[in-house]
Design a protein around this ligand. Sequence first.
Ligand SMILES: [Cu+2]
Length: 586
Amino acid sequence: MRRGSESTMLLSSSLRGAQQVVLLFAAMSLLGRCGSNGGLLMANAKITEYRWDVSHQFKSPDCFRKLAITINGETPGPTIDAQQGDTVVVVVNNSLLTENAAIHWHGIRQIGTPWSDGTEGVTQCPIMPGDSFVYRFVPGTYLYHAHYGMQMSAGLYGVIRVTVPDGTVEPFAYDFDHSLLLNDWWHQSTYEQAAGLSAVPFVWIEEPQSLLINGRGQFNCALAGATDVCHTNAPECSPYVLSVVPGKTYRLRIASLTALSALNFEVEGHNMTVVEADGHYVKPFVVKNLNIYSGETYSVLITADQDPSRNYWLAANVIARQPRTPAGTGILNYLHGSPDKKPPTATPAGPMWNDTEYRLAQSTALRAHPDHILPPPATADRMILLLNTQNLIDGHTRWALNNVSFNFPHTPYLIAMKQNLSDVFDERPAPETYDYKHYDIYSPSSNPNATVGTSIYRFEFNSTVDVVLQSANILKPNKSETHPWHMHGHDFWVLAHGMGRFDPDVDTARFNLVDPILKNTVDLQPFGWTAIRFKADNPGVWAFHCHVESHFYMGMGVVFEEGIDRVGELPESIMGCGKSKLPKRS
Ligand SMILES: [Cu+2]
């Protein structure tokens, strides 16, 4: 699923790239794990190598000091800047000392390199303290983050910015390009969060203390009481300032890696034209503010055409959950006066947090750009209905799909399947559907048979698959939640969003087969459904899960396999855990 008319060219170039990657990987195993191999490549594609050291550091991104997980001492980590077709090599050294790690390249399909996806338990063993791991990939979109335990909300994330090859014209024009990474931030450690999620009874972390824009937020230190760990005027938590030249147009690449919150982003007084989503060009539409869910990326254009003598707010507000977190703010400044002077107006409040129709309208407005439509196959070979419920399993609060709550096996699926290791996971097929004619999505789930499991979905290579996500009431009455679903290894077409219960006999008629947008992350609204279609054309094993970190931790995910027999020889560097322990070398 490539971008419009360039599809054939990109396909062949990425396949060539993939072969090179396989070869290089083999070469690298002989040479040792690290080291630059730029000279080995024959094609003109560039290799960019990054060396990252992952470590714990005290940080005060919202003025309150906390232990964070950093890359080269920073959170967010460094931005990866690449051009389409380049190969990126990231050497990740784990200096956490007491903790494993793994980094996922979010939105990058890893064609031919499924072992570089960075998903602990699915595609690789975790990186042990003191060890390093080499990730290689041909990039395609804009995020990276930890995919081990709950390390994402501890600060292990950043942006991948991929530009088009020289000479390629994009379907919109702008003068400058900026990235805005949004996330939510807690003062309690992720260990306390995780322990609470696993506890009986369940202990909820509650809403985040702050929202950050490019790693900066402003917690009200008066709320912290007498403490030496909160300093309102610390330079580390001064607001992010976006400086603009009057009359110029700016491309803002807005990305969300929140652990929990759905957000609405606004540039006060400036409309935004949405032009790109998850790496695909969008039929442009204008919004006053943008809903963005964890794992999504958008490009919007703004023009600096307002009164240049004052500053304006950049504001991120919580939506889809009752907000208990102040807006995350930054400042837009027209190279005039004091760049960080607070604007004279109140912070934009965003839409009503519970206005589902408002959010659904924006989700439905997302269509492929007319000149970059890649139509989906007209029919699907298989349809999977996934009922999203919250269940009590042995006293634990869990999320389940068709009554199965996901648990990682100790040996990654990719290795288990490629090497025919037995007793690693439940080899019975995962449930394909649920009783959609009778299940009451508006009542707390009464299904007492929910289980924790490791079963997966296996697809015939190159087949077309529809997945319909169905949201339902949680354990508390009259409440349903919002879930951003993210697929590894693929982009998918978003065919439709709807409210209420999906009926395959009726609602498939609403599928947009004309100009659906391709994405890797899509929202599922409370008491609603979302239908997607994808081609199972990327050999490997891939996670598909809710991007709310606590939800995935509580079982809200499934695993897909296709074409495992076509996967090349696995590099040894992904092994060493569970049943994949390596034989001792002489
Ligand atoms: Cu969720």
